[in-house]
Design a protein around this ligand. Structure first.
Ligand SMILES: [Mg+2]
Length: 193
């Protein structure tokens, strides 16, 4: 067995494990955590010009008066490419604990494409929550959602997986939350985290 395979096995065992009588929730981000797609965000300027923004550019972009973002490509699932090892983690959690204690938590504004993805992968009962948050507020909005969910659901702990450093840091500051950073193309780094 290669060292990465061994590390992944250990990682999955660790993420899946849950003490008897302990109530745990697993939270997965969607874009660039479970899946990469070709959906782009566009900036529409005051004179109607439309250009696509790279994710990094969008994250730090401050709109000028008259400008708006166009998220229409996020209404459908465009060329989904699952990040295989994270999907193995999701699958293992699902097989051990069922869909009821898993949430896919996304900054997207519309849950349809994520439901479609989960249906394709045979996990139609996994909850999808879309926050419709802008890039610079997502970390706080996700952390607030997790805090509320712990209170309302009476969870003893939460495992939170996300590719965004800001989201992982914000969630990781919360009590009872173990936040894990996913780097889709550097599996070893993510597993050693
Ligand atoms: Mg993401």
């Amino acid at each position: 067995m290669s060292s990465t395979t061994k590390l992944l096995k250990q990682y999955i065992e660790e993420v899946v494990s849950c003490p008897e009588g302990h109530k745990r929730l697993w939270v997965f981000d969607f874009d660039d955590t479970l899946c990469r797609t070709d959906s782009k965000i566009y900036l529409v300027t005051a004179d109607g010009t439309r250009r696509s923004l790279k994710p990094g550019e969008f994250a730090s972009y401050v709109e000028s008066p008259g400008e708006r973002f166009d998220y229409s490509e996020f209404l459908s699932l465009i060329n989904p490419r699952p990040i295989k090892w994270v999907n193995r983690v999701l699958r293992a959690v699902y097989d051990h604990h069922g869909g009821a204690n898993i949430t896919v938590l996304s900054a997207r504004g519309f849950p349809g494409p994520i439901h479609e993805y989960l249906d394709i992968h045979g996990m139609p009962d996994v909850e999808v929550v879309t926050l419709g948050s802008s890039a610079n507020e997502t970390a706080d909005v996700k952390a607030e959602w997790v805090t509320r969910r712990i209170e309302q659901g009476g969870y003893d702990s939460v495992v939170f997986l996300d590719d965004s450093v800001r989201n992982v840091e914000a969630a990781g500051r919360l009590e009872r939350v173990r936040a894990l950073r996913v780097i889709h193309n550097r599996i070893g780094e993510s597993l050693r985290g």
